[in-house]
Design a protein around this ligand. Sequence first.
Ligand SMILES: Nc1nc2c(ncn2[C@@H]2O[C@H](COP(=O)(O)OP(=O)(O)OP(=O)(O)O)[C@@H](O)[C@H]2O)c(=O)[nH]1
Ligand SMILES: [Mg+2]
Length: 392
Amino acid sequence: MKVKKYTASSMPEAMKLVRGELGSDAVILNSRVVQTGGFMGFFKKNSIEVIAAIDPDTDISAKPAPMDSLPKFSRPATMGDGPKKDPPALQMKPITETPQNADKNLLKEISQLKELLKGSGKIEGVTLPGPVSMKIQYLSDQEIDQEIIGELTAVLLEKWYIGGAAANGDEINEWSAASIEQRLSPLNFGGVSFKKKFVNVIGPTGVGKTTTLAKIAADCVLKHQKKVAFITTDTYRIAAIEQLKTYAKILDVPIEVCYNMDDFKMATDKFSDFDLVFIDTAGRNFRNQKYVNDLKDVIDFGKDMETYLVLALTAKQKDMEEIRKQFSLIHIDKFIFTKLDETSVNGAMLNMAIKFSTGIAYLTNGQDVPDDLIEANPMLVANTILGVSTYE
Ligand SMILES: Nc1nc2c(ncn2[C@@H]2O[C@H](COP(=O)(O)OP(=O)(O)OP(=O)(O)O)[C@@H](O)[C@H]2O)c(=O)[nH]1
Ligand SMILES: [Mg+2]
């Protein structure tokens, strides 16, 4: 769909411009009165601004390129698989009402559109403006949940049709980032708060709990000069104890191994004058509630503790959801998402944060301790999903 904005002194004049360039099949998407000209705020005159569109098939001015020669996302995309028909809410009937009413009508149609988009994330047969369609396709490829896609589509369309019809890809990216950031900002983001003494990582096998704990501890020792100690409750694998002991040695901090709650009590007493105590746990199949209960046999979650659930972005979202649900008995403060470097599809972190109203503490993007650790914030997460990350 080709969309263009015209400004003229009157509606008939504007229609002449539209027809002259786009032909008689052009559709008026919006018209409104705008003030142009003037000097220091005086002598402004009213003009009519019209946003008109033409379907490429009927575009008289442009020779259409064969569809297969177009890049995948620059094709005029339709949302949904239904038969192509005139978009219900967007391709509005040519406006016969006064321009003053047009703004009101547009806002009404946008709010109806938002309602339609809520829930399903798509409207059968609606043709989105090309640049918006490309962005929505990209976000869908990031495997963002349909409901969130619906909300984002409504926001982008609203911005597009209220004065942004000439926006380029960068601007649409900025709108998307701002919208994702706004959606995430009520949640609790950011790394170790230094308000709680115990920091505990839990999560499935091999997601990077021990490595990430070492990265966070190193950050607290080296950057924040904190007095740090380790506790490991991962007595399931011999190598696990050695792994954390190696990091403890490098950082020159003490470590205690706890097999049961008595050991845990002794260890916490021993570390009573430390600033921070980092607790490592065994990776288990936490889709099974039994393993969640086992954690409570060794760790006193009633302590002054922040608990991070560590999930790898390479995992399936459905499994992540199941795991998160099993932790109803243990308070999860924030997520840590690891292995960012092993995938280019990152929508799951947005989906998980929103679905469980749980913020994100850190992202990790590699195996290097202590470097591959990124403290999370809503804008960073938005930019990561949009592929405009500010780290690396
Ligand atoms: N590519 C990549 N690898 C990572 C990242 N974080 C950790 N790893 C690697 O993942 C593997 C498992 O890391 P661990 O820290 O032992 O994982 P864990 O969750 O403690 O494992 P268990 O204790 O056995 O459950 C190691 O090879 C790490 O180097 C990351 O962000 N990116
Ligand atoms: Mg481990």
